[in-house]
Ligand binder design. Structure first.
Ligand SMILES: NC(=O)c1ccc[n+]([C@@H]2O[C@H](COP(=O)([O-])OP(=O)(O)OC[C@H]3O[C@@H](n4cnc5c(N)ncnc54)[C@H](O)[C@@H]3O)[C@@H](O)[C@H]2O)c1
Length: 364
């Protein structure tokens, strides 16, 4: 099918069905495929298209070359009262991540805190999804993972650490407060997307091969490196993630970590072995449920009611913009940007199914 460059509007339900069908074509069980499709499409409804269904094509390319196994089942290999280590056995990473947060929540409900890490796994998409899973179960959720190096550190010239994302979610009404970020200035996919669209990028995102600041993304990811978020501050958090998700799990660390994307030049041989950490905190056990809810409500109202800067009409809680985009997407369909459309058309070709969405589809 000919690639197109325009956006298209799709219904979340139909996008999920398409994504699940594509996954089943590489042998993924129906139940796992539907779970992963729901995670990726939820991410698209937030407007976080860098980590939604666009990721499926490169991820599925890992199955035919046996860097991921469709029949793997994640397994708890070590555990204590408040913690566990899960071996993902190189299966579909979303499944291991959801399982890990389930175990973390169950432990938190028993002893107040659950800390579960995963090894032998790969790209789990947006870290925030799993924290919302915890928050909807009534616990504060935290998630993080280490990734292959894309980011410089102060004083270094090239890639040293991964973009090592951290996310948290706090139960709040039916829409948890959630904050979900890379510890680099931006996620690598935002730079790659600008490169593919022939755009420049803001200052502060990237350095070139000599370590000089640049707004030209055309050399990345082959050369240059992302800058850490707020320089030494993002570096410090990325190193914490590397310690919890890498050092403590047995996952690959820093430059040992191959990219999860198949065929990246210079990729170390072998499996992607990311480490991921999922933490659940049962605040209701530490405060009374009504006290926790009341105090979070107070904080949320405070954030909304603070005096606004000149030209600003409102202040947002983390996650609020994403919930509003999601409501619109559920009502009107998801507007998929051209790079996502391209990726989904390529996915359909890769796995031999038809691409069911028309350019002027109204999402029906
Ligand atoms: N799995 C991986 O390997 C990997 C690696 C890096 C990033 N990621 C994902 O990439 C995604 C994007 O990361 P990013 O660093 O580009 O995120 P970003 O800089 O776009 O920040 C997004 C977060 O900031 C909050 N936010 C933005 N503006 C706000 C405002 N004015 N007030 C309050 N909150 C506000 C949003 O609600 C959201 O939680 C995340 O989902 C992350 O998990 C994944």
């Amino acid at each position: 099918m000919k690639a197109r460059s325009e956006t298209i509007r799709v219904s979340p339900h139909e996008l999920e069905a398409f994504a699940a069908a594509a996954m089943q074509r590489v042998g993924i069980r129906g139940e796992d495929a539907r779970l992963a499709a729901q995670i990726l499409v939820t991410t698209d409804t937030w407007g976080v298209h860098t980590h939604g269904t666009r990721q499926l094509r490169p991820l599925l390319r890992n199955f035919p070359v046996k860097r991921l196994y469709a029949d793997a089942v994640p397994e708890v290999v070590r555990e204590g009262g408040a913690w566990a280590l899960i071996d993902g056995h190189h299966g579909l990473p979303f499944v291991a991540a959801v399982r890990a947060m389930d175990v973390a929540v169950a432990k938190a409900k028993l002893v107040g805190v659950g800390y579960v890490s995963v090894m032998n796994t790969s790209h789990f998409g947006a870290a925030g999804y799993y924290t919302i899973q915890a928050a909807l179960a009534g616990t504060i959720g935290i998630a993080m993972c280490n990734t292959d190096p894309q980011m410089a550190i102060p004083g270094a010239r090239g890639k040293v650490l991964g973009t090592n994302p951290i996310a948290y979610a706090i139960p709040h009404k039916d829409k948890p407060i959630f904050f979900d970020i890379a510890t680099s200035a931006v996620a690598a996919n935002k730079v790659i997307r600008a490169r593919n669209q022939g755009q420049t990028i803001p200052e502060g995102w990237l350095i070139d091969a000599d370590g000089n600041p640049t707004t030209d993304p055309s050399g990345f990811p082959e050369s240059g490196a992302l800058l850490p978020m707020a320089l030494h501050k993002g570096y410090g958090f990325a190193l914490l993630v590397e310690t919890l998700a890498g050092v403590m799990t047995g996952a690959a660390m820093a430059r040992q970590q191959p990219s999860w994307v198949v065929g990246v030049p210079g990729n170390p041989p072998g499996f992607t072995n990311q480490g991921q950490v999922f933490i659940a905190i049962d605040a209701d056990m530490m405060l009374s449920p009504s006290e926790f809810e009341g105090r979070v409500d107070w904080l949320a109202d405070y954030i909304h009611e603070v005096p606004k800067a000149a030209g600003s009409e409102r202040t947002y809680l983390p996650g609020e913009m994403e919930w509003e985009r999601r409501e619109r997407a559920l009502r009107e369909g998801i507007e998929l940007p051209p790079d996502v459309v391209e990726s989904l058309i390529g996915l359909a070709e890769d796995v031999g199914i038809s691409f069911p969405f028309a350019a002027n589809s109204e999402g029906g």
